[in-house]
Ligand binder design. Structure first.
Ligand code: ZN
Length: 187
């Protein structure tokens, strides 16, 4: 598989520091020095008052922690979700790391192709190596609320319990109770 690199788009910057994410949310390792790469996931929800999107959670996760988390998910859930993404992979327009292609990937749901700005809720994810973003067929992408709901339906009970635990880790306390339990997507 061919991988391209680009600089990290600002949308993946930390809301808190407005700079690059620096540590893994689980192990606190310094991801900008880490040799194995990391992922960032970020979730947005429309604020009914301002009509703009608020970031409801975001995290960077090093590859080692991502792999140990994947082991906790049930095999059935993992397989279902992988097949779901595989089915829609063709929606992603060719391998191209130009700024316009990346911004298109991050503004259209990879499953439904709907512009995420027309939705109330969406998530983006990317894979990174030090201070670069890796561009390949699977990442980066956006998924909107329809796809998020479909993915949640594929998760087994076991995986759902695990996602609650992970939610406790990544959500700031002031929003934890406002986010429905079924709003996490794993990669
Ligand atoms: Zn880690």
């Amino acid at each position: 598989m061919q991988n391209l690199q680009s600089k990290i788009p600002k949308i993946f910057y930390s809301e808190e520091t407005e700079g690059l994410h620096k540590t893994c949310i689980m192990c606190d390792d310094l991801i900008l020095k880490y040799e194995q790469g990391y992922i960032i996931e970020k979730a947005f929800k429309r604020n009914e008052k301002s009509n703009k999107f608020d970031v409801i959670f975001e995290y960077a996760l090093c590859t080692e922690c991502q792999q140990s988390l994947s082991k906790e998910m049930s095999h059935k859930s993992m397989r279902n979700i992988q097949q779901y993404f595989l089915k829609y992979k063709s929606n992603i327009s060719g391998l191209n790391s130009s700024e316009s292609n990346i911004s298109k990937r991050l503004s259209n749901c990879m499953i439904t192709n709907i512009d995420v700005n027309k939705m109330d809720e969406y998530q983006i994810a990317g894979q990174f190596y030090k201070n670069s973003m890796i561009v390949f067929d699977a990442f980066p992408f956006a998924v909107g609320e329809i796809a998020i709901n479909e993915i949640q339906e594929m998760l087994s009970e076991k995986t759902r319990g695990f996602s609650d635990k992970f939610k406790d880790l990544i959500l700031p306390p002031n929003v934890r109770d406002k986010i429905p339990d079924d709003r996490l997507v794993f990669f």
